[in-house]
Design a protein around this ligand. Structure first.
Ligand SMILES: Nc1ncnc2c1ncn2[C@@H]1O[C@H](COP(=O)(O)OP(=O)(O)OP(=O)(O)O)[C@@H](O)[C@H]1O
Ligand SMILES: [Mg+2]
Length: 457
């Protein structure tokens, strides 16, 4: 059933509308002013807004504009007093579904609500169809590993089994996840992606489970989390091994019970979400190092899918090249239609450290930059070279080890390495090692403890 948000400053109107909508089994939310109303749109999934045009703080027209900008598929019914009828007319011009004059006819408002929610459902359906056409990315490849992956996808898509996708950068893990969703019964519901590596540890809980206003500094308004947004659909936990242990513990509980609380709330919410996770790390190593919970691994790894590096399926390279060229022709005005046989041979032999993503970027670059109809091996190697050069951009090889770390991590790692070196040089004599580092022995003791350095006797 549809969710309706009533925004009106008169408590009487809010409660009457709540009653009649609830009688028709809509879910009703309400807000006494526009700011609160817009906040509710962030925290709840709303299909229809019933909006008073005359409001304190920000006026109804501005609220409407904001809604149409941020949530174009939400329908808005305007209610207005006789005195503000010109505003109501303006609102309709700005995209409101219709308006009603106070005193409200309950019959009329119910009819309008029915029509507006039907319209909303149509729009959503339409948007979904469109996006499925646009993002219909095919998984290219006829090699044995890709054939097996496609088979696993087809076998497991229909169930709700959790899936763990492993593989190096750019091998196509996300593509696999989207394909599973598309082939599942959940494909009319959202596919929500969370990049666990990109969210700071302190925010991950609120990102996943949502929060109440004031739950922590910076939580200015209420917000729903990714689990709620994915309700009925699929939640893709990308880079799952980059989650902190404490976040892992919480996720474990939620995927076991499918219930959770928003940060700062006691209210337990239930969702129905299918989980697909992915990582480019060696998950067994992460478990052995104590960075990843084994119990969570067992939960997620019901159906394992490993996507091998491109260098393990070189036979697919010509197919991928052809496919990416065709894709380019759909959107760009390019001349190139193919590569020469020598160029293809060279591309088959190339190492492709960035896997399919690197191949795709390469094709995009060459076809845009080159005017050849058949791209020669010389041109191809010129563009390949430039991508390798990029990988050699690291100015000081000493820094390479640190270049993926945050400053604080790099600093710690450097300190740890230096301590180890000095301790080794001084045969683990603390006093001498401390002297060579220019610090007090007590200070060195502290650091040895902090970095958990093993003292060899
Ligand atoms: N088999 C394939 N057929 C067609 N396109 C592919 C294939 N594999 C990957 N791609 C394309 O290559 C790009 C990288 O794929 P994707 O984002 O799925 O990789 P990933 O494994 O998630 O990478 P990362 O670990 O860096 O996040 C995407 O544009 C994707 O569409
Ligand atoms: Mg990815």
């Amino acid at each position: 059933m549809a969710n309706i948000l009533v925004i009106d400053d008169e408590p009487g109107i809010r409660s009457v509308l709540r009653d009649i909508f609830e009688d028709e089994s809509y879910n009703v939310f309400d807000a006494g002013d526009g700011i609160r109303g817009l906040e509710m749109l962030e925290s709840e999934i709303i299909h229809l807004v019933v909006l008073d045009v005359w409001l304190p703080n920000i006026g109804g027209i501005d609220v409407l504009k904001k809604i149409k900008e941020d949530y174009p598929e939400i329908e808005v019914i305007i209610i207005s007093g006789h005195a503000n009828i010109d505003l109501a007319v303006k609102a309709v011009k700005l995209g409101a579904f219709d308006f009603l004059e106070k005193p409200l006819s309950l019959d009329k408002i119910l009819t309008l609500a029915r029509n507006a929610t039907a319209m909303n459902a149509l729009k959503t359906e339409n948007k979904k169809l469109k996006s499925s056409v646009i993002s219909e990315e095919t998984m290219i490849g006829e090699s044995e590993p890709i054939r097996l992956i496609k088979q696993t996808i087809n076998q497991s898509a229909g169930s709700d089994a959790k899936i763990l996708i492993t593989g190096d950068n750019g091998t196509g893990k996300e593509l696999v996840a989207r394909d599973i969703h598309r082939k599942s019964q959940r494909n009319t519901k959202p596919f929500i992606e969370v990049n666990c590596a990109a969210i700071p540890d302190t925010l991950i809980e609120s990102e996943l489970f949502g929060h109440e206003k004031g739950a922590f500094t910076g939580a200015l308004s209420q917000r729903r989390g990714k689990f709620e947004s994915a309700d009925g659909g699929t939640l893709f936990l990308d880079e799952v091994a980059d989650m902190s242990l404490s976040a892992q513990a919480k996720v474990l509980r939620v995927i076991q019970e499918m219930r959770f609380e928003r940060v700062g709330s006691e209210e337990t919410r239930k969702v129905d979400v299918r989980i697909i996770a992915a990582t480019n790390k060696d998950i067994h190593q992460e478990i052995a190092d104590g960075n990843f919970r084994e119990d969570l691994y067992f939960r997620l790894n019901v159906v394992p899918i490993h996507v091998p590096p491109l260098s393990d399926r070189r036979g697919d390279i010509p197919l991928l090249i052809e496919y990416f060229i065709q894709e380019m022709h759909k959107t760009e005005n390019i001349t190139a239609s193919e590569f020469s046989p020598e160029a293809i041979d060279m591309l088959i032999d190339y190492s492709w450290p960035g896997n399919v993503r690197e191949l795709k970027n390469f094709i995009e670059r060459v076809t845009i930059m080159s005017e050849e109809d058949v791209i020669s091996v010389e041109t191809a190697s010129k563009f390949l070279g430039s991508s390798e050069e990029k990988q050699e951009k690291i100015i000081n090889p000493l820094i390479e080890k640190f270049s993926d770390m945050k400053l604080s991590e790099a600093r710690d790692e450097f300190e740890r390495m230096l301590l180890l070196q000095k301790l080794e040089e001084n045969e683990y004599n603390i006093t001498r090692a401390a002297q060579s580092l220019g610090i007090y022995p007590s200070n060195l003791h502290g650091k040895i403890k902090k970095f958990d350095i093993e003292i060899k006797k």
